[in-house]
Design a protein around this ligand. Sequence first.
Ligand code: C5P
Length: 222
Amino acid sequence: PSVPVLTIDGPSGSGKGTISALVAERLGWRLLDSGALYRAVGYAAGMAGLDLSDVEAMTRCAHSTKIQFRAAPDGGETRVIVNGHDATDELRTETAGAAASAIASMPTVREALVALQLGFRKAPGLVADGRDMGTVIFPDAAFKVFLTASAAERAKRRYKQLKEKGLSVTLGGLQREIEARDNRDASRAVAPLKPAEDALLVDTTGMSIDQVVAKVLAVVQP
Ligand code: C5P
């Protein structure tokens, strides 16, 4: 039998990242943070001084960027190493998110990252976090969840998260950036942000992290 996959898709600030990490830990499964791949390519392109709207350059960059995930020794946040440089802090900024979203609309950039993502599927199982995990990358996944939350709640969560990390942001500005990014992600021609037909939709507005984790775990272990 093939290695089981749980896909967790949804817009930014829906809690995907947090929930995926907790659920993967509880199941003892591997984790794929696919958003980090797009962020890493955008970051590498910026470091190389490339034009983010140049499809050929971005596609080459997606093929050549070396991305590694390294577990923190203290059990803390997983580090993302891009071309040998620890870019974890730079990758979580809204600027990196916007760059990721821009290049993620390019079909050839997406294709360049497919094999890498499929490679994460290893025993005993995989939790895959992203926008198109259940629709494009792992359409055969046994378990699929689509997380949502109201735009206001998502902006609030993101605001708290970035503040805690010491970044300077405003709630209004963040809400506008998040809405712009979601609109672009949902309206693009390739792999748009949308729930797989067989995904369980969970609106997390007003739910605690523990409640969402329990609900998602129940999909895998009824
Ligand atoms: O999830 P995260 O906010 O890190 O993703 C950053 C951007 O990368 C998203 O706004 C989206 O444009 C893109 N992305 C994607 N497909 C994925 C994951 C992320 O297009 N599977």
